[in-house]
Design a protein around this ligand. Structure first.
Ligand code: 5GP
Ligand code: ZN
Length: 118
């Protein structure tokens, strides 16, 4: 029986549960951070709340403290894996590029970043 707040069909719930392998670089009671399988920068880590919610808007509405936890873990990962500077991206909705509907922050860094998001 899955925990409340997890979904058996959700890829990131299954990574959180340890059912699908990932390269985990940090974790706490609230979130895990693991390397993106298709990195777009020298540092490209996903910070994923353990709680299943579809996107950052739902997270902000339902569990704003967990959103703060996401930012704190992203900052910690950027400090340990790069120079502490980072870009945080929450794709929200399919047209924005969201493909996994379990809220996650892309932590991007480790290089001088360009700016052409569209
Ligand atoms: P989105 O497109 O939803 O903003 O981001 C989903 C991200 O998850 C993509 O950057 C994609 O490369 C990554 N991803 C998809 N499947 C896996 C997987 O099985 N393992 C890992 N580590 N990353 C994945
Ligand atoms: Zn999920």
């Amino acid at each position: 029986m899955p925990d409340p707040g997890t979904e058996q069909s959700c890829l990131f719930c299954r990574i959180v549960a340890g059912e699908i392998p990932a390269t985990i670089v940090a974790s706490d009671d609230s979130c895990i951070a693991f390397r993106d399988i298709t990195p777009q920068a020298p540092l490209h880590v996903l910070v994923v709340p353990r709680l299943h919610l579809p996107d950052v808007a739902a997270l902000a509405a339902r569990a704003p403290g967990v959103l703060a936890d996401v930012v704190a873990l992203a900052s910690k990962v950027a400090a340990s894996e790069a120079d502490g500077q980072f870009r945080l991206i929450f794709n929200t909705g399919a047209r924005s590029g969201q493909s996994v509907f379990h809220v996650h922050a892309h932590v991007i860094g480790g290089a001088e970043l360009g700016w052409s998001p569209a």
